[in-house]
Write a protein that binds this ligand. Structure first.
Ligand code: SF4
Length: 364
């Protein structure tokens, strides 16, 4: 086993395995997952990519994306040398594109600062964009068997229930408590197996709804089970109103192409191609007139609702089909004519949804 990089002050506490750790390790040997693509040859790079893709995304969704991504970018160097657009295009459909941008940026730092090798020290890992304490713990424990705790959504759920911890995990008091418990249970030896076992237990048994407590190896001392508080653990995020945004998008079509705009790196659909936007329909028309002249016909579509986790969007599309070849756009670098049947990767999901409608609405 590779040498440890850091000695945690809690290491004395966890030199012997806690009953929970013992049960988890034994359970994982019999029932844990061992055939996921990133579990075969778990190099730091392969674990890293999988951990980033698995944030907020289910395993079955991730698998095909992971395989395609790894085929194209088998190591950090190849990822660092790629254009961001290509990385985003392979990410299209996975959502949360900031993850892809950070991964690409971090690969550049690994290449430039760490000679292409992913750091084996936790501090150096968490200094990379997109890698938090839990992701660093997963990379170091799963790839090098170093004793670092993981506190992803699955592990958090198991620990919050097992110790019956009240409070939303983002509140600093609760966060500290959970990390403390995670550290207490972390065994000095077999940390990788233990962490994988905790993640698997959360994914397969201690699921968010309808956990399979009868099959759980830690039911015997699970406080939430005995206190009948499972449904309240982990404590949900205090309800927060989603932001609302009303705006208009312009679908400009010329023959078999449509005009798309590269969005700024930050914000909704950051860095992706999407339709040009205006704050409302009259500004959208004014935008078209400025660029394509007065004598164009419009079709104002019924508004559609488009929801993301944090934002609720009411979008009014304005469609126009140009009859003659448009003159060069002044801000040409932001705009791109794309074949409707061959959209480039890195195109927003809104474009696909609205273009599906243009197929059934051929004329204005
Ligand atoms: Fe989760 Fe039930 Fe096991 Fe407790 S007993 S850890 S609630 S599956």
């Amino acid at each position: 086993m590779p040498g440890r990089c850091t000695q945690s002050p809690l290491s004395a506490e966890r030199s012997t395995q806690t009953p929970l750790a013992k049960r988890i390790i034994a359970w994982h040997k019999r029932h844990g997952r061992s055939d996921l693509p990133w579990q075969k040859n778990p190099t730091p790079y392969r674990v890293w990519v999988s951990e980033i893709m698995l944030q907020q995304t289910q395993v079955k969704t991730v698998i095909p994306y992971y395989q395609t991504f790894l085929k194209r970018f088998p190591n950090a160097q190849q990822l660092a040398n790629a254009e961001l657009d290509e990385v985003l295009s392979l990410w299209t459909g996975l959502g949360y594109y900031a993850r892809a941008r950070s991964l690409h940026k971090a690969a550049g730092i690994v290449q430039g600062k760490h000679k292409g090798r992913i750091p084996r020290h936790k501090d150096a890992l968490v200094a990379l964009p997109g890698i938090g304490t839990s992701t660093a713990g997963a990379i170091l424990s799963l790839a090098h068997d170093q004793a670092h705790a993981v506190l992803d959504a699955n592990v958090r759920r198991v620990l919050a229930r097992h110790a019956d911890i009240k409070g939303w995990h983002q509140e600093s008091k609760t966060q500290k408590k959970l990390w403390h418990i995670a550290e207490q249970h972390l065994p000095e030896k077999n940390a990788g197996t233990y962490n994988q076992g905790m993640m698997d237990l959360g994914a397969l048994v201690c699921t968010a709804t309808q956990p399979l407590c009868a099959q759980c190896p830690v039911q015997i001392d699970c406080k939430a089970y005995h206190n009948n508080t499972i449904a309240q653990r982990p404590t949900r995020r205090p309800t927060q109103r989603r932001k609302r945004r009303n705006f208009s998008v312009v679908i400009v079509q010329y023959q078999d192409s449509v005009l798309l705009e590269k969005r700024p790196a930050k914000g909704v659909w950051g860095g992706l191609l999407s339709f040009p936007e205006a704050t409302d329909i009259s500004r959208a028309k004014a935008w078209c007139t400025r660029r394509f002249g007065r004598h164009i016909d419009y079709q104002e579509w019924q508004g559609i609702r488009y929801n993301l986790t944090h934002i609720e969007m009411q979008i009014t599309p304005l469609r126009t089909i140009l009859k003659s070849r448009p003159r060069q756009l002044a801000e040409a670098e932001h705009y791109i004519w794309c074949k409707i049947d061959h959209l480039p990767g890195g195109t927003s999901s809104l474009v696909k949804r609205l273009l599906a409608k243009t197929q059934t609405t051929k004329t204005i």
